[in-house]
Design a protein around this ligand. Sequence first.
Ligand code: NCD
Ligand code: ZN
Length: 347
Amino acid sequence: MTTRITIRKPDDWHLHVRDGEMLKAVLPFTAKHFGRAILMPNLVPPVRTCADGKAYRERVIAALPRGSTFKPLMTCYLTDDTDPDDVERGFRDGVFTGVKLYPAHATTNSAYGVTDYNKITRVLERMEKIGMPFLMHGEYVATDVDIFDREKVFIERLLSKWIRQFPGLRMILEHLSSKEGVDFVKSAAPQLGGTITPYHMMLTRNDWLGHGLKPYMYVMPVIKTERDRLALRRAAASGEACYFLGTDSAPHPYAKKVSVSGIPGMFNAPVAIETYAQVFEEEGALDKLEAFASLNGPKHYRMPPNEETITLEKTPWTAPEEVKVPGPDQRALIYRGGETISWKVVN
Ligand code: NCD
Ligand code: ZN
C-alpha cells in the first residue's frame, strides 16, 4: 500500500480568493501547496478590464505570505460589452491568462455576465486569433431548463456550436459536474479541456438534500447523482490530458451560506490536494495524481509544469471547521471541517 507520494507541485486552474480581508484569510491555504492558480474575476464589481486585472493582481500579491513563490494567473470577466482590443492588450502584456464566461445569473456574482451570445462573437474571434484560452461556466440558465440539466443543455445549445465555429479557440469547461460534461470534453479534446473539483467527486445530491438540508453543499453547478460522481472520478483518475485540477474553492461569509436564500460556493482550499489524493487512492490511481494535478493543466494552458515538488503522506489530521476573517460575521466554513483527512502534505 502506498503511504507516501511525491508529485510536481500542483496548480489550481479554477479558484476564488475574493478581495480585502477574505483574500488575506484564504489565499495562504492555496499558496502553501500550489504553484499557480487561475483566479476567478467574479468580484463585486468584476474584473472586466486590463486595468482591473493589473490592480487585482497587485492586491493578490500583497496578500501573499512573505517569501511565497505562488503565482496568480488573472482572468477577464466577459460581458456583453467587452472590448476585444482591451482583451488582446491584457493577454499580450501578460496581465490576463484567459477570458471567463459567466452566463448572466448562473452563479455567485454573475449579474454582469453575458446576456446575449451574439455580442461576444468579436471577442471570441479575437481570442481564437491570438491563442487566448476561453474559460467557461458551462451552464444554460432558462426557465425551460431544469437546474440539473444546465450543463448538458449548455453543451447542446452553445458549446457544441462554438467548437465548430471557432476551431482554433482553446477552451476549458470548468467544474465539470455531469457524465455528459465528462463525455463531451473527451470528444472535443484537445481543443477542449475540463476541470474537476474535489467536491463533485466526493458528494451526491443525496448528501446535500437527502439527510437534512446542508446549505453548505449548495454550489454551482449543483452536485448531481451517483452516476455523475462516478463518471467524474473515472475521468480524473484516467490521467487523460483533457482533465485537470480546478478546486473551485469559493469562500463565503457564514451568514450568506446559512441563510433562507443561500449563496452557492464551497471553500475547500484547506483540504483540496489532500481530498484529491484520497479520491485517487480510492480509485486505485495514485500514479495518475501527478498528471491530473500538475501536468495536464499546464499542457492545456501551454505553460511549463512546476519544477518544485510536494510530498503527501498517509497521516490522519483533523480539518479546521472554519477560517476566521476580520469583520462582523465574516468567518467562512471549510469543506470537510471537523472531519478526519487521511492524506497530509508533509513538506
Ligand atoms: C462560485 C463563487 O462563489 O464565486 N460559486 C460556486 O458555487 N461554484 C462561482 C462559480 O464558480 O460558479
Ligand atoms: Zn468557481
